[in-house]
Structures are given as C-alpha cells and as structure tokens.
Write a protein that binds this ligand. Structure first.
Ligand SMILES: Nc1ncnc2c1ncn2[C@@H]1O[C@H](COP(=O)(O)OP(=O)(O)OP(=O)(O)O)[C@@H](O)[C@H]1O
Ligand SMILES: [Mg+2]
Length: 376
C-alpha cells in the first residue's frame, strides 16, 4: 500500500466508457499480503542484523493483482479469494475497499475463521535474485464452496472468469474442471495463470485437466519457466506447441489460446488453429520492481481480448499482447504489484501507442539509443 492517505473508491475519477462494456469479470484464486524487504546486496548471513531502506506492505497474490489492474483499467471485476479473520485480512480488505476499484470486495472476499491470511515476504536488490518466503494459510485451504457459497449462481452474470495463482490454491483444484466445463457451456470465457508451483509438482492431474479435455480453459497464461515445467519442454516455443499444437498422442482438445510471458523478452502466443503471435516487451529505462508484472500483463491483455470475445467477435490478439506488455511495463516502474498508481486503460493504451505505434524519425532515434532491437 502507498503511504498516501487512502482515497475512498467513490471519490476516484468517474468510470470510463469501458466500464459499461458488456464484460464482467470474476477473478478467482489467491490474495496475499506481501511484505517487501530491501534493497539488499546479498542474502544476510545467519545471525546478521541488517538495515534496509524500506520494509513495506502491499496487497498481492496473482488473482488479487489481476483483479486490481483490470478494475483500474475500467473493467468490472470482482475478486473471489479468501483471507483469515486477522489483522492482515483486515489490512487487505481495507486496501481493496479504499485503494482499488474492485467491485464490492466486502461482499466477495471469504473470511476463514481458523486460517491466517496468506502472507509472503519478498527480498529484492540489484545484486541478488528475488526471494519469496510464503505462509499460504487461507489461500491454501480455501475450497470452491467457501469462495463461491452459492456455487455457479454466484458467477451468474460474469462473462469471463479468470483463475489466478492456481498452484497457491490447491484446495480449489478438485472442483475446477467441472466449474470450467459449466462456465464454458454457458458461454463464459475462462482464463488461467498458473503461477509458480512451490511444491515443484507441476504436472498434477488437476493441471492436466486445466490444459486438455472438457475442463480445459479457453486461455492459458503461464510465464516461460512455468510453461516449460508444465509441458516438460526446454523452450517457450516448444512449450507453446505442446500446449496448443496438434498432439497425436491424445484426442482431448487443448486450450484455445496460450500466452507465454518471457520477462524483458516480451511474449509469445499461439492458438489451436495454428496461428502464432509475439510482441517485444516495452522499453523500460528503469525497472523498479517486476513483482506482479505478469498479473498487470494479464489485465491489459484480458481487457482488450475480452471486449471482442464477449461479443463472439474474433479477438485482436496482437492488440491484446501490446496492451498486456504496456500494462506490465508501467507496473515494472512501480514498487509493489499493485497500488493507487495502477494505470487506467487510457494510460495503458497511450503507453502501447508510444511503444508500438507509428513513430517520427526523432522518436526512432531516441528509441534506437535506448533499445536498438525495437527498430527491427
Ligand atoms: N525488465 C522488463 N522490461 C520490460 N518489460 C518487462 C520486464 N520484465 C517484465 N516485463 C513485462 O512483463 C511481462 C510479464 O513478465 P514476466 O514474464 O516476468 O511474468 P511473470 O513471471 O508471470 O511475473 P509475476 O508472476 O511476477 O507477475 C513481460 O511479458 C513483459 O511484457
Ligand atoms: Mg506470473
């Protein structure tokens, strides 16, 4: 959360025209309280007492981040996640109500009586890899019937359901294939970001059901490492073919579309009709924090993709990839995965236009100095 006093959601800028698009998202999955420590030069030695510039708290969790960014971009988005009846849970609920534009969090958050709110400590610093230490608590134990007490009826008016933090929410797995099949039979779109599997199991029956057969999602959005682990392939290109390509060893249908996030190398995408897309990442002169960039990507992509998909039109995948990268690039320039800084649709589209649109000769010159590969 930012240091600024909370702004009541009602007092924020009026909703844009896109708020009235016939797209309604439910985002299902994990909500975390992230505690970020740094910057550090190295992991402290045992017994050391180290001073850092800041230890800050931010709302986090893949589902929460994606819903937050979707709502900031003017998309109607509800968050179905669990917290505990504890101080961290109250902090998260307050941040959602006062700083985000997520629809009615007080009504959709499940409060579990005997579980702590999921918490994650992250360390960062220029000279070290990001490290995560998580106590997944309520995110790990929450079941589908706790998140959706009225079952499918809870999602009756949703045109799109996004599942975030699949591996962080193992107690949802049993019910997911049937839920996905019912939603799709009703005409709703379903997307999923698996996120990292801290247990390293990756190819569980629940994941196989999410990517092949009647319970497979329409749109699968892993990072490169996650895609390779899940498919058992070595490269993003091979993983993409395994996810959407023609696999003669099975008659089960694959996911319709897979989007693989590759950090500073941008994104790859492909669909089961044999079409392939890619986009380079946006130029970011100073990366502050890439934690949650993948979730900001999801929101930018899903906003553009779902507007057409909801009307049964052919989605513009190229435009969606560019909006995703622009949304992620803005997020990478801010500390924490979400905050009041989360960009509007107009800000994301302006970033995408500046990065990928037609450029004047002098703009090309500046970009050539920053990142020569952009001119290719
Ligand atoms: N250093 C960077 N410079 C520019 N863009 C970046 C950078 N890092 C990430 N991005 C953007 O963010 C998108 C998602 O990043 P990444 O591949 O790290 O996702 P992720 O691993 O799912 O992230 P997380 O799970 O932490 O949210 C990338 O496709 C890219 O567009
Ligand atoms: Mg991710």
């Amino acid at each position: 959360m930012s240091d600024a006093p909370p702004t009541p959601a009602d007092a924020q800028a009026p909703a844009t025209a896109e708020s009235f698009a016939p797209v309604r998202f439910a985002v299902l999955g994990d909500a975390f309280l992230d505690i970020s420590v740094g910057p550090l030069d190295a992991v402290p030695a045992a017994g050391a007492d180290v001073e850092v510039d800041a230890v800050t708290q931010h709302p986090g969790g893949s589902a929460l981040n994606t819903a937050w960014h979707l709502a900031a971009q003017g998309v109607h988005a509800g968050l179905y996640a669990a917290v505990g009846r504890d101080r961290a849970g109250k902090t998260l609920e307050h941040a959602l109500r006062s700083e985000s534009r997520i629809a009615e969090p007080a009504k959709t958050l499940a409060i579990l009586q005997y579980q702590p709110t999921a918490t994650c400590v992250t360390t960062h610093g220029a000279g070290m890899d990001r490290t995560f230490m998580s106590a997944p608590g309520a995110a790990k134990t929450a079941t589908l019937s706790q998140l959706l007490p009225k079952g499918l009826e809870t999602l009756a008016d949703c045109t799109h359901v996004h599942v975030g933090g699949f591996y962080a929410t193992p107690s949802l797995h049993g019910g997911l294939p049937a839920l996905v099949a019912s939603l799709r039979a009703r005409g709703a779109k379903v997307s999923m970001d698996p996120n990292f599997d801290p247990r390293g199991e990756w190819r569980s029956p629940a994941m196989r059901a999410a990517i092949r057969g009647a319970g497979a999602v329409d749109l699968f959005m892993p990072s490169e490492v996650e895609a390779c682990e899940i498919t058992g392939r070595d490269t993003a290109e091979e993983a993409l073919e395994a996810l959407v390509g023609d696999d003669r060893s099975t008659s089960e249908t694959p996911v319709g579309l897979a989007v693989i996030k590759r950090g500073a190398r941008g994104v790859l995408a492909g669909d089961s009709r044999g079409r392939r897309w890619s986009a380079p990442a946006c130029t970011v002169a100073r990366v502050v924090d890439t934690n949650g960039a993948g979730d900001a990507f999801n929101a930018g992509f899903l906003r553009v993709w779902s507007l057409r998909a909801a009307g049964s039109e052919e989605p513009d995948v190229d435009a969606a990839l560019r909006a995703g990268c622009a949304s992620a690039a803005i997020a990478a320039q801010h500390a924490g995965a979400v905050g009041e800084w989360a960009p509007s649709a107009a800000a994301v589209d302006a970033q995408a236009d500046a990065e990928y649109g037609e450029k004047q000769w002098w703009q090309k010159g500046i970009l050539a100095c920053m990142a020569p590969r952009k001119l290719a």
